[in-house]
Design a protein around this ligand. Structure first.
Ligand SMILES: Nc1ncnc2c1ncn2[C@@H]1O[C@H](COP(=O)(O)OP(=O)(O)O)[C@@H](O)[C@H]1O
Ligand SMILES: [Mg+2]
Length: 286
């Protein structure tokens, strides 16, 4: 098979998953190349499969990115598929999952035109854009700084971006976040990600905030919530899914479901790149 890994011009050297994935694909006899989605000279139809990987700058031009996904999917196979990418690149999908019974961190959504001060009171909370990645434009506030948070929400709404406000789950400061990786519906591995937001601190301006990653064994409760999340994905479990959970007083809650361009953290789980390649082969054969 000829397989393209879609990255971004700005992300080639930042994506640690590319080298082990290229090696694992080539080891199995595939022709594999990493190419940038934002390079207009690439001819994607040369490939049997275009795999979304580190297209991380799409949040600056989401409409263009979705158009690109549809265009590529009309020429060859794009995974995960464009309809799923459209659904998953806007955190309003969290409301869909909550309505299906997935324990999601409670979220209050603001649309352009809404009163940016209408969100509920929390001792400590997070304001983030619905279309965002890498913690960009995401900030953590305490109740005395509500006016700063409202101004932040207003700035996002004024540029036509939808916003969500969530309570800050402070267990992240000690326990961190657990990300569980599933390939073709099968659990592969998990990692711990350290906390990323400073209290009342400035948002990152990098392509993604620096992250402290270590291997982690998920708890049975985390596995169960992740399985419930996968079961609620429209169309069923896709080729790759990352379920990011935070601990709460009532058990693990869903922070984010990543079906577009999640880091897969191969370096933290021996054999995981090979498992991913086996899943790719199974999906393409099926
Ligand atoms: N409700 C929350 N409670 C605690 N930490 C949060 C919360 N929301 C976001 N964070 C922190 O901000 C980071 C980025 O938020 P996330 O929702 O994962 O968006 P992104 O799409 O930018 O990764 C998380 O990894 C976590 O460290
Ligand atoms: Mg995240």
């Amino acid at each position: 098979m000829r397989i393209a890994l879609a990255t971004a011009i700005a992300a080639f050297t930042l994506d640690d998953d590319l080298p082990p994935l290229l090696a694992a694909l080539r080891e199995r006899g595939h022709v594999a190349d990493a190419l940038a989605w934002d390079d207009p000279t690439v001819s994607w139809s040369r490939f049997d499969l275009v795999l979304l990987r580190s297209t991380w700058n799409y949040t600056e031009c989401p409409a263009e990115f979705l158009t690109w996904c549809k265009r590529v999917a009309a020429q060859t196979r794009l995974l995960n598929p464009p309809e799923l990418v459209r659904w998953n690149t806007d955190k309003r999908y969290l409301a869909d999952l909550a309505s299906k019974g997935v324990p999601v961190i409670p979220a209050y959504f603001l649309a352009p035109g809404d009163d940016p001060a209408s969100f509920p009171a929390h001792a400590e909370f997070v304001v983030k854009p619905c279309i965002g990645a890498g913690s960009r434009d995401t900030q953590r506030y305490t109740a005395p700084n509500r006016a700063m948070a409202i101004a932040h929400a207003k700035r996002l709404l004024d540029t036509d971006r939808h916003v969500l406000v969530q309570p800050y789950l402070e267990a992240v400061d000690t326990a961190g976040e657990t990300a569980l990786l599933f390939f073709a519906g099968h659990y592969s591995h998990a990692i711990r990600k350290g906390p990323l937001l400073q209290r009342n601190g400035a948002a990152t301006s990098a392509l993604f905030a620096p992250e402290a990653i270590t291997a982690r064994e998920p708890t049975p409760a985390e596995i169960a919530v992740a399985q419930r999340t996968l079961a609620a994905i429209p169309g069923g479990a896709p080729l790759y899914a990352r379920v990011d959970l935070l601990p709460s007083a009532s058990g693990p809650q869903l922070l984010e479901l990543e079906l577009t361009e999640p880091s897969l953290f191969f370096a933290h789980a021996p054999g995981s790149a090979e498992r991913f390649v086996a899943a790719i082969e199974a999906v393409l054969a099926g």
